[in-house]
Design a protein around this ligand. Structure first.
Ligand SMILES: Nc1ncnc2c1ncn2[C@@H]1O[C@H](COP(=O)(O)OP(=O)(O)OP(=O)(O)O)[C@@H](O)[C@H]1O
Ligand SMILES: [Mg+2]
Length: 435
């Protein structure tokens, strides 16, 4: 495109002055060369005889460039009113609105562009909208994918003990992914989920993430707290979008952590909108027309008794799995795993594990941390890292109290007095109240 193009276009137009595509080409070319006044004349000629949206867009662009943002926006609104799928229109509209400080409308417009093409990204708009502060997260599909779609680098070999839980996950999650044809042969749908529950710090989140490394499928990990939104109605929408992401990537494991949030004392949860989210969740778990085929769900919560029993119906969380504090062998395994790449003497793992009664996996993490801090302190004087010894860890045990008992004092009451069809028998067995 250069001056010659312009000249030949003008010459051609002399012979066919009502050739719309030709005049449009001339106008667009002038605009591209930033010859705004001339371009404006051509667009205006076009708009006298036609209602061409491309000419309108060109004129809007000129107004934008000249700093006449309100005129620009008025024209774009006309185009949008007649329904358009032009990303350029929405992008320019978002920019024009931003200039006029109509931030929320600008966000709407940019979102519209993103729904037309989820991969679309306008760096300038993105930065500006973020700077204005009210622009929270507008994410393209790719960004959402990379935030929630994970390939964690741990698998079951990183999880000490927990054999029962591993077996449940194996049966309900991993086998269906490995042998879909067998399930088909028996007419059994692949789907549904398990709910992990238990005291804090005992490996629910950890084993769910390790499952990701164990399966050869997509893995989406999200915490319900991330889904909650301060705006009424948005939480439902966010939840729906996560399930849609899972459906698009089937076969897929969808891990939803911190389901406790459903029963949380947040004001919006107390109100009827909390009920809406619960209903939305149930609806998503059911899927419509088998759309959940190949979507396997792992949920985790500390407070299963707060969960609406409707969550436990077949096809939803139909397996409820207790994740107890680690037993002695598991504690040994956790210690071995966590001390693996640290300077140590030969450590008597068993005697530490035996003394760590009621300690959770997170408690063991904490003990190792404390022992290391103390070792560091004594290493500063000569700068030589001294290996950890058994006594360091035993000393650290005294400095950190186990954290699981409080949970059991609540759980015990539910297990004794609200043990709906033996749901919490595992707790009673663990507490040696029932065989
Ligand atoms: N079996 C295990 N093997 C190895 N590490 C473990 C094991 N159990 C727990 N841990 C360690 O304890 C930490 C806390 O566990 P995790 O976060 O999974 O607990 P949680 O049950 O999800 O707790 P919360 O209910 O508070 O969310 C993990 O980061 C991990 O380092
Ligand atoms: Mg957790």
């Amino acid at each position: 495109m250069n001056e010659n193009t312009i000249d030949s276009l003008r010459a051609a137009l002399k012979h066919s002055s009502d050739n719309i595509p030709l005049r449009l080409l001339l106008a667009d070319t002038l605009l591209a060369l930033n010859r705004l006044e001339e371009a404006e004349i051509e667009y205006c000629i076009l708009l006298k005889t036609s209602n061409d949206s491309k000419a309108k867009f060109g004129l809007a662009t000129i107004f934008y460039k000249k700093g006449n943002y309100s005129a620009c926006n008025v024209i774009l609104e006309e185009i949008i009113e007649k329904e358009t799928n032009e990303i350029n229109v929405y992008t320019l509209y978002a920019k024009g609105l931003l200039k006029e400080n109509a931030i929320n409308k600008a966000i709407e417009a940019y979102k519209k562009a993103l729904t037309i093409d989820p991969k679309y990204f306008d760096a300038e708009l993105d930065t500006q909208l973020r700077q204005k502060g009210t622009y929270e997260v507008i994410e393209t599909e790719e960004e959402i994918d990379s935030r929630f779609l994970q390939k964690p680098n741990i698998n079951f070999s990183d999880v000490g003990g927990m054999e029962t839980v591993k077996k449940e996950i194996e049966l309900k999650i991993i086998k269906p992914l490995l042998h879909p044809e067998l399930y088909k042969a028996y007419g059994k749908k692949i789907g549904g989920g398990i709910l992990l529950y238990g005291p804090p710090g005992c490996g629910k989140t950890f084993i769910a993430k390790a499952t990701a490394g164990q399966v050869n499928a997509k893995f989406i990990s999200v915490s319900l707290n991330d889904i909650l939104d301060m705006w009424i109605g948005n939480s439902e929408k966010n939840l729906h979008e996560i399930f849609e992401l899972a459906r698009q990537h089937s076969p897929c494991v969808l891990f939803i952590d911190e389901i406790d949030a459903l029963g949380a004392s947040r004001s919006d949860m107390k109100q009827s909108s909390g009920r809406h989210l619960i209903n939305q969740f149930l609806q998503e778990l059911d899927g419509i027309d088998n759309t959940n085929e190949g979507v396997l769900i792992i949920g985790a919560t500390n407070t299963p008794w707060n969960l609406d029993p409707a969550f436990r119906r077949p096809g939803r969380f139909d397996r409820i799995v207790f994740v107890p504090p680690p037993d002695i062998t598991t504690k040994e395994a956790i210690l071995r795993l966590k001390l693996n790449n640290k300077p140590t003497e030969t450590i008597d793992l068993l005697s530490i594990a035996k003394r760590a009664e009621n300690y959770s996996g997170a408690d063991i993490d904490a003990i190792i941390d404390i022992a290391i801090e103390q070792k560091l302190e004594s290493s500063f004087s000569d700068g030589i890292p001294k290996p950890l010894e058994t006594t360091d860890l035993l000393n650290a045990l005294k400095k950190h109290k186990p954290s699981t008992q409080e949970w059991f004092s609540t759980a015990k009451n539910f297990a004794l007095f609200a043990n709906d069809s033996g749901l919490y028998d595992d707790i009673l067995t663990y507490l040696k109240i029932k065989k």
